[in-house]
Design a protein around this ligand. Structure first.
Ligand SMILES: [Zn+2]
Length: 276
């Protein structure tokens, strides 16, 4: 074949492939190697300034590192474990400090210590009605919540029926979803886009390994990602062993701001997307 013919055949092959995979375009934005687009339905617009959202997971009253986090003078987003009697009071306190609050939904992660859920997990064993009842109950206890993300959930976030039941409550109450991306096989982004629920995905975990230096290094990676692509979302934690996370944030965030990066809550990030 002539070179032009080869090029034409290649072109047609790619065109057919793109047409066939059209509805799966969301998958193209799924994080690879820990990174990805922060919005489930579009790439962020590289803009001025680069936007960075930090989400702190696993909040319970008295969690190690919590007070240090709450003292940070930045607009952070705090994910509260909702299936506890004190979740409402904790949410009110954090919202009063000017931070954003979301629900940190315990979701089935298979063969794990049930204590890690810190409450009743959402799972495939429940009916749609039971899942919706649970999420509605938690939202009623934490009305400050602007959205929700998954705590664990490697199994449950792969089950489209379960994910739909959760997202139905989010849609009804006007809440967004942040996919913590605990598994590459999550169906949360695709399902949320289909259902019209505002959806974001975390770019990096800050403290999968503990220690101030590790977290600082992850923050610099996130900053580079935000500068290159317009926005990034990092998830850190409170809890035993995670004390270095707050210290790293206190040290690195002023530096990142001086570098021109703007720290935002998740709802600010969403409004930025909607305006652009
Ligand atoms: Zn969690």
């Amino acid at each position: 074949m002539q070179r032009a013919q080869v090029a034409w055949v290649l072109f047609m092959f790619v065109a057919v492939l793109l047409l066939r995979t059209g509805p799966a375009v969301v998958a193209a934005f799924a994080p690879q190697d820990g990174y990805g687009s922060v919005f489930c339905n579009a790439r962020p617009v590289p803009g001025q300034p680069p936007l960075l959202a930090i989400v702190i997971d696993d909040l319970t009253t008295g969690a190690p590192g919590l007070e240090e986090m709450l003292r940070l003078p930045y607009p952070l987003t705090f994910a509260i474990l909702p299936d506890r009697p004190d979740a409402g009071a904790l949410a009110r306190r954090i919202a009063a400090l000017g931070h954003e609050v979301i629900l940190h939904l315990p979701m089935d992660a298979g063969e794990v210590d049930p204590q890690w859920y810190v409450g009743r997990p959402i799972s495939s064993r429940q009916s749609d009605e039971e899942i919706q009842q649970l999420v509605s109950e938690w939202l009623a206890a934490v009305p400050e919540a602007r959205g929700m993300n998954n705590h664990m959930g490697t199994v449950a976030t792969q089950d489209e029926r379960v994910v739909r039941a959760v997202l139905e409550v989010a849609r009804r109450h006007g809440k967004y979803i942040l996919d913590s991306m605990t598994t590459e096989n999550t169906v949360v982004p695709r399902t949320a886009v289909e259902m019209g629920v505002p959806c974001m995905q975390r770019s990096l975990f800050l403290d999968h390994e503990n220690g101030e230096e590790v977290v600082a290094a992850q923050l610099y990676k996130l900053a580079e990602w935000a500068e290159t692509h317009g926005a990034a979302i990092g998830i850190g934690h409170v809890g035993v062993g995670r004390e270095g996370t707050a210290a790293a944030l206190a040290e690195v965030l002023p530096e990142l701001e001086a570098r021109g990066i703007r720290l935002v809550t998740l709802s600010q990030l969403l409004s930025y997307q909607q305006e652009n």
